[in-house]
Design a protein around this ligand. Structure first.
Ligand code: IPM
Ligand code: MN
Length: 327
């Protein structure tokens, strides 16, 4: 049996790193029927297509989605980000963005759980008197009890399953007194159901210091959409670099497919040079296999990627090396 996986290579280095990921998955012995979707900034510039509803309906029937990166110079900001990537996250209800960071040399083994459907990403806001000296722009943050709670619950269950059983809430409760209060109350309520999990709270600015100075102390972190976006770039930077950072956009309720993508972007400056690190995409594919129930193959891929930080080579050489190790 082969899994039906929608593959969106996207823009820039996206297609290059996704090709390596698929190569490794195949070598690990998991059957994938890849259905390719030509979407992203380049497609938009060609014919104006971003994400048609019938494509979205096709995706709902798939087992998973694998995405490289989207974003092309020349496309106005937001068109692809909001119209493709965020539309996927919102329409498929991918409410958890799980981003693991491991860098054994520095003792780092942490997972950031980023809320993925709400916050400032929800798109609340607008302009008044745009283009005039009296212009007003607002950008709200949407936080629902349901949205916060399901994400916090997921984080507690994940923390409970790990050896250290520790969960840190990251927010800015001293200033964001409405959203922060909802997050903190929800966190504390769910914590009372998990006496086995020890907890901590960090303001996001302080978390940026700790993430640099003592990242090994973190186990699981749960945070909102925008804080999670920023903190996971930083977490990537201290864990070998963003070229190793994988992610799963998860629908834990399994009402549809989940989507897996490297944390990095399309890096148009190095596209086509064969120098992009494919490990983030390969590890994202391993997360996909975990989600599909192929834990053994996923584990083999992770082991094969373990010391790739010391490897020298281009995109396909590193892909080949990892492939040889999983075979
Ligand atoms: C990420 C990216 C996206 C985000 C962009 C491309 C919309 O930065 O996945 O972290 O902000 O979520
Ligand atoms: Mn980001």
């Amino acid at each position: 049996m082969a899994y039906q996986v929608g593959v969106i290579g996207g823009d820039g280095i996206g297609p290059e790193v996704v090709a390596e990921a698929l190569k490794v998955v195949q070598a690990a012995g998991v059957g994938i029927d890849a259905v390719d979707y030509d979407l992203g900034g380049a497609r938009y510039l060609r014919d104006g297509t971003v994400l048609p509803d019938d494509v979205l309906d096709e995706w709902r029937k798939l087992d998973a989605l694998l995405l490289g990166a989207v974003g092309t110079p020349g496309v106005p900001p937001g068109v692809i980000e909001r119209g493709l990537l965020l539309k996927m996250r919102f329409e498929l209800d991918l409410y958890v963005n799980q981003r693991p960071f491991t860098w054994p040399a520095d003792g780092i083994d942490m997972i950031v759980i980023r809320e993925n459907t709400e916050g400032t990403y929800a798109g609340e806001g607008g302009f008044l008197r745009k283009g005039t000296p009296q212009e007003v722009a607002t950008q709200g943050s949407v936080n629902t009890r349901m949205g916060v709670e399901r994400c916090v619950r997921y984080a507690f269950e994940l923390a409970a399953s790990r050896p250290r059983r520790h969960l840190t809430l990251v927010h800015k409760t001293n200033v964001l007194t409405f959203a922060g209060d909802l997050w903190e109350r929800t966190f504390n309520e769910v914590a009372s159901e998990h006496p086995d999990v020890t907890t901590a709270y960090n303001h996001v600015d302080a978390a940026c210091i700790y993430m640099v100075q003592k990242p090994a102390e973190y186990d699981v972190i749960v945070t909102d959409n925008l804080f999670g976006d920023i903190l996971t770039d930083l977490a990537g930077a201290v864990s070998g670099g963003i070229g190793f950072a994988s992610s799963g956009n998860l629908n834990p309720a399994r009402t549809g497919p989940s989507m897996f993508e490297p944390v990095h972007g399309s890096a148009p400056d190095i596209a086509g040079t064969g120098t992009a690190n494919p490990v983030a995409a390969i590890l994202s594919a391993a997360m996909m296999l975990d989600h599909l129930g192929e834990a053994a193959a996923a584990g083999r891929i992770r082991t094969a990627c373990a010391d790739t930080g010391s490897l020298v080579g281009g995109t396909s050489e590193i892909g080949d090396l990892v492939k040889e190790r999983v075979q």
